[in-house]
Design a protein. Structure first.
Length: 63
């Protein structure tokens, strides 16, 4: 299991190496991105609680 710092670093790497291009659009300004660092899947959401709920619904096995 990754430490908090390792999770942050991995998430930033994934964001900078592909996710950024998919999510940095005019319609996503001000939204949050939740990234599963195990499989590179992500969800864009309007608030900070919704991504967690949506992510767990979309990817039940994710931690």
């Amino acid at each position: 299991m990754l430490s908090g710092d390792e999770l942050l670093k991995r998430g930033q790497e994934l964001y900078n190496n592909g996710i950024r291009d998919a999510v940095e659009t005019e319609e996503n300004i001000g939204k949050l991105v939740t990234i599963n660092v195990d499989d590179n899947k992500f969800i864009v959401s309007d608030d900070d609680l919704r991504p967690r709920v949506a992510f767990r619904s979309a990817y039940p096995g994710a931690n």
